[in-house]
Design a protein around this ligand. Sequence first.
Ligand code: PEP
Ligand code: MG
Length: 571
Amino acid sequence: MYNGTGASSGIGIGKAVIVEDVQLVITRQEVADTGSEVQRFKGALDQAILDTERLAEDLATRVGEKEAEIMQGHMMLLGDPMLTGEIENAIKNEKVNSEFAIENVCNMYADMFASMGDELMQQRATDMRDIKTRMQKILMGIQSVDISALPEGSIIVAKDLTPSMTAGINPANVTGIVTELGGRTSHSAILARALEIPAVVAVGGVMDNVKDGDSIVLDGTTGEVFVNPEAAVKAQYEEKREQFLKEKKELEQYIGKPSVTKDGVQVEIVANIGKPEDVDKVLQYDGEGIGLFRTEFLFMDRNAMPTEEEQFEAYKKVAVAMNGKPVIIRTLDIGGDKEIPYMGLEKDENPFLGYRAIRFCLDRKEDIYKPQLRALLRASAFGNIRIMIPLVTCIDEYREARALVEELKAELDGKGIAYKKDIQVGIMVETAAASLIADIFAKEADFFSIGTNDLTQYTMSVDRGNKKISYLYSTFNPAVLRSIRHIIACGRAEGIMVGMCGEAASDPMMIPLLLAFGLNEFSMSASAILKARKMVTEYSVEELKAVADKAMSFATTAEVEQYMREFVEKR
Ligand code: PEP
Ligand code: MG
């Protein structure tokens, strides 16, 4: 059995199809007539643009606009005059063939993106290599693997899948994807989720050990991959697959139902989003609002800051679509590991403890924070927007941000511009410091949302992305649990809403504890909403209090996890 990262849930069972992208051999050749070589390059470029356009259109109709955007990103690269100009210059000045010029120029950019370290730039590097090979193959007359014509029941096994290869997959024939590289947030993983094909990525060594036609079983939730499993394993996973599909269908009955426990405690189950378009899925899965809009995504994947106007449009779109339901929008949470190249931030020695989020915004009030807050206030005239401040550690930061909101309100009043007068300004409780003084914060902040992704990292002093120490990264650690319980109690004592928007909010083993602690709002990815609602309706808070007391009595993470696992499985 291999273990990778579950990237798209569901069970895949089928026959391996090894997709080895042809390794192109690019050699340097002198060309005498550089003029006609440039024409040859331009012909290939036009063809590549046409192919990509077709792929984008196909994706837009088969999958969705958002997924087609990835191909539109490729179009932007192909249409970038700086890139194509440099290739033309290389052909002319160095008198070399197009394939070689493309190889050098594109690799130079791809290496530059890759060296920037963050995930987004890694993706740009992959995109650059993808368009490079597409142009070279056209020039060399090489057909790509026709991934759209694979036999039914295929499991694609590849070193890595480029977004364009993934986009070409026909979900009717492909029942799973296994790759040696990639991460949960790589573009191909996003596409796999959109196509609802079970996928496991980052499976070390799988390419050396799987042959075409091998029988494969994979679990896109747990990240398990079996190669030529025994009949019993296969049967077990066939059952799991049936169960998964049945459950998915059954959950639809929770659309339109209230999120209320057996003993009448009402909670809100809301969604985390990164872009205005994500609202479609939130409505599809009946989210009761937005608990976290990560606005940094509006600032990424571009070469200049979005203007106040662009931001206003984006926030307004979400507020209008949610039609009066709460929409919690988090102000910019960048810096540290989330780099935005055009902002020219220096690399921090210790990114997670560095110049980021509210620290950065309060230092860049005029050019960054005020335009964002003004856009949020203006958009609040169109719906139930609430402002959320990330990574606060002391009350001064909250007061300074709040004062800024008040200043901007006065400015809008002066100009007669509408906004929601009683707009709430809350905080993410995600640092150890904020948790320890949650009682102080609760007296001033309008609401709390617990960010367990960071709270766990800062409480345990464990980098949330470091595999070597991931055994320490658990929300079930007694220290983290006490922190969560304390934050909820402090918020509730002051009568403010306490939500959670970290990954723990949708964890089936965590939900009973959160209900017992008195959490009001659970925010998660849209596709997790109905399952969470089902769980809520099956519990009574009174019954869960004893369970939580017991869970809190253990000294180790392992004991808490085992206890909660048994509790959930017994039901
Ligand atoms: C968190 O820290 O739990 C959170 C929701 O925010 P992010 O994952 O964006 O840091
Ligand atoms: Mg966070």
